[in-house]
Write a protein that binds this ligand. Structure first.
Ligand SMILES: [Zn+2]
Ligand SMILES: [Zn+2]
Length: 405
């Protein structure tokens, strides 16, 4: 059997040393939640945190790009510089569903499940589900109508590469057009939501060169649109029976037990989408890519890389999120465990269960203080800073060959 050629990191990439990681976490690296060399208590051998994985394809993100190390101090310093003062996330996150006329609306319910994950991940922040956006069609083509304004949406059947694969009824919408009405909405709701995130099962593209994109985020405007179309294992395939197996998920909210029936296929799509939505929202609140660990904030160059990416935050990024929101870390893990268990996400549940066990056990012996937000700094910033574009421009997700995520 021929030996597989080893794929190299892009020239200039270097793994961070333990000392550099300690510096990246910052002055709290000794606190119990940030022990990056800790072992999972279930076997006392496996690390909670693994290094960024070696590239397995030339299209992998770190085989293509060398990114700056986004340490806590640098990130926080940059945020202060941009916002002029300290920045904390307080407002709600807005999620909305986008569908074209004629779409089956049975997947609109995904939004309810995504909301649950985003609320656990950004523990302490509420998610508001905003009114759905409908893409309509007239003799001039597709459009979205909002408050008497008509937003035209460019579309095409498929990229020329896909001529043979695409079905007759397939259609793709240009992401940059779909995002425009969201920008108006975000400005209109600026007192209530920190960002607006549109989710659709329709296929998107960026430009003539891309055969598709999984989404487009504009960090400066705090808006994004994400398509789950290519996250569906059954995209352009007919469903084998196993995929249609029904699974009941149940969860408690405000003392009421809710229940929904999903298929195995739905669960795969949802897990993939949960990861991309929280990753992209993080960009909207100016958290960049991670080069320290196998982490949900790693960049990704293509769909397979998206799918194998970790769902967990590494300690460097956990610290940024804790600082932004001010949550109790153990409570956040409990909320996430609850989510993973109800959606049968066994690996994520087992990791989180171990983490809760680790930090709970340690907390009996360790009196380190959980970092709390300084009350004086507890002001909500105007995120409309004109300068935010300078650090995060458009984030283009999942073009087949070249993609930015
Ligand atoms: Zn990370
Ligand atoms: Zn990204």
């Amino acid at each position: 059997m021929p030996r597989q050629k080893k794929i190299k990191f892009a020239q200039g990439f270097k793994h961070a040393t333990p000392e550099e990681i300690r510096e990246a976490i910052g002055d709290c690296h000794n606190e119990r939640h940030y022990h990056f060399e800790m072992k999972r208590p279930s076997d006392d051998e496996t690390n909670f945190y693994c290094p960024v994985p070696d590239p397995t394809s030339i299209d992998d993100w770190l085989a293509q790009y060398v990114e700056d190390r986004d340490t806590f101090d640098e990130w926080n310093g940059l945020r202060k510089k941009i916002a002029g003062k300290n920045f904390h996330l307080k407002k709600n996150i807005g999620l909305l569903w986008i569908e074209k006329d004629g779409d089956s609306n049975d997947r609109r319910k995904y939004l309810t499940h995504l909301k649950r994950f985003v609320e656990a991940f950004y523990y302490g922040i509420n998610v508001t589900i905003l009114d759905s956006v409908h893409i309509k069609k007239d003799k001039h083509g597709h459009f979205v109508e909002s408050e008497d304004i008509i937003y035209r949406i460019k579309s095409r059947r498929c990229h020329e590469y896909d001529e043979d694969k695409a079905g007759e009824d397939e259609i793709q919408f240009r992401a940059a057009d779909v995002i425009v009405p969201l920008n108006k909405l975000r400005k209109h709701l600026q007192d209530e939501v920190s960002c607006v995130c549109g989710v659709t099962m329709d296929d998107l593209y960026i430009g003539a060169k891309d055969s598709f994109t999984c989404g487009l985020a504009q960090g400066g405007d705090s808006i994004g649109v994400f398509s789950m179309c290519r996250y569906d294992p059954l995209f352009r395939k007919s469903a084998p029976k196993k995929r249609n197996k029904k699974i009941t998920v149940s969860w408690e909210e405000d003392g009421i037990i809710n229940e929904d029936t999903l298929t195995e296929n739905d669960l795969v799509i949802l897990e993939r989408c949960c990861k991309i939505v929280v990753h992209e929202i993080a960009h909207m609140v100016q958290v960049g890519h991670c080069v320290f660990f196998d982490c949900i904030m790693n960049g990704s160059g293509h769909l397979e890389e998206d799918f194998r990416q970790s769902i967990h935050l590494c300690p460097v990024d956990l610290r940024k999120f804790q600082y932004l929101i001010g949550f109790d870390i153990a409570q956040r893990y409990r909320a996430l465990l609850n989510f993973y268990e109800s959606y049968h996400m066994k690996e994520a549940a087992s990791w989180t269960q171990d983490m809760i066990q680790y930090i709970t056990k340690r907390s009996h012996n360790d009196e380190s203080e959980i970092i709390n937000l300084d009350d004086e700094e507890d002001q909500v910033e105007d995120e409309e800073s004109d300068h935010t574009d300078d650090i995060l421009n458009e984030d283009i997700i999942s073009s087949p060959n070249k993609k930015r995520k």
